[in-house]
Design a protein around this ligand. Structure first.
Ligand code: SF4
Length: 333
């Protein structure tokens, strides 16, 4: 595919987002010269967003460790010896204290993560109380609790949940190398329940897990061809945690990570693309390139569930140096 043909693929002004991306088209975007790819992604970004605005989320682990699933990247799986202890669900007042601190530090969205295969009914009641309390502080709410039934999604919606995170993780082809305890289809079912309940979808994946570029293409194809694009698309760089099966996977070239962000921006022009896990080990220059390539959200706060994230003052300094500003809720489309 020529650069001109690739340009035609990426014109989005006034055109509804596409859901019929082919692997060939996405592969061609990945193959563009980096300057061309970033130019395309940045142009699309500007058509759809304020280029200086960055959405800021804070993620809290409300129930850590002891998860029965076997996600090969995850230190919270009970199947791996990573030193993460299984804990009980946090009490409501402790969660609300953390949410207040996140809001006062500048977060616009508070995400609550629990290491469950799926929530039990009594756990769901407790999470609903957290959602109501966090929302009452003026924060957007997000939860990631594992697989949901249609009825559970409706209960969370009734409690006021704004976003539900459930990632596809990788391409359908590579997925079986990473997780065996739930299927790709299970994930798509949960996403459909969340969407049907009227909750915004947060769904992305992880790169650097030893997958090929074709798998990265396949992951973005699966995301971009969902019936509706996720409102938030977190793109994570694997954090290699000792004790997990992926502890010794060779690191991914940061430029390939930037390309993945750029292709996500082009394929899902109106989604907020979040530069998620892995920033702690990423240079500030790589992060700046990711923002240029169309990323417009970060997790803010020193911890991402159980792995570390850049300290708040380091992030504040980076945001200032790059001239970025926190995105207001009404700027989200
Ligand atoms: S990623 Fe989630 S579902 Fe998978 S092992 Fe970790 S906590 Fe469990």
């Amino acid at each position: 595919m020529s650069i001109a043909e690739a340009q035609a693929l990426t014109l989005t002004q006034g055109v509804p987002p596409r859901h019929d991306w082919t692997r060939e088209e996405l592969r061609a975007l990945f193959d563009l010269p980096l300057s061309e790819l970033i130019f395309r992604a940045q142009s699309i970004h500007r058509e759809n967003f304020d280029p200086a605005a960055v959405q800021i989320s804070t993620l809290l682990s409300i129930k850590t460790g002891g998860c029965p699933e076997d996600c090969a990247y995850c230190p919270q799986s009970a199947q791996y010896d990573t030193g993460v202890r299984a804990e009980k669900l946090m009490p409501l007042d402790a969660v609300l204290r953390e949410a207040r601190a996140a809001r006062d530090a500048g977060a616009g969205r508070f995400c609550m993560g629990a290491a469950w295969r799926s929530p039990k009914e009594r756990d769901l009641d407790a999470v609903c109380a957290m959602v109501e309390g966090v929302k009452a502080m003026g924060l957007e709410t997000c939860a990631t609790l594992g697989m949901l039934t249609a009825a559970q999604a409706r209960v969370l919606k009734a409690a006021g949940l704004d976003y539900y995170n459930h990632n596809l993780d990788s391409s359908p082809d590579y997925y079986g190398e990473i997780i065996t305890t739930r299927t790709y289809e299970d994930r798509l079912d949960t996403l459909a329940h969340v969407r049907a309940a009227g909750i915004n979808v947060c769904c992305g994946g992880i790169v650097g897990m030893g997958e090929t570029r074709e798998d990265r293409v396949g992951m973005l194809e699966a995301l971009a061809n969902l019936p509706a694009h996720p409102e938030s698309v977190p793109i994570n760089m694997l954090v290699r945690v000792p004790g997990t099966p992926l502890a010794d996977v060779p690191p991914l070239d940061p430029i390939e990570f930037v390309r993945t962000i750029a292709v996500a921006r082009i394929a899902m022009p109106r989604s907020v693309v979040r530069l998620s896990a892995g920033r702690e080990e990423m240079s500030e220059e790589t992060q700046a390139l990711c923002f240029l390539a169309g990323a417009n959200s970060i997790f803010y706060g020193p911890k991402l569930l159980t792995t570390s994230n850049p300290a708040r003052d380091r992030d504040r300094a980076l945001i200032d140096r790059l001239g970025l500003t926190p995105m207001k809720t009404e700027q989200l489309r």
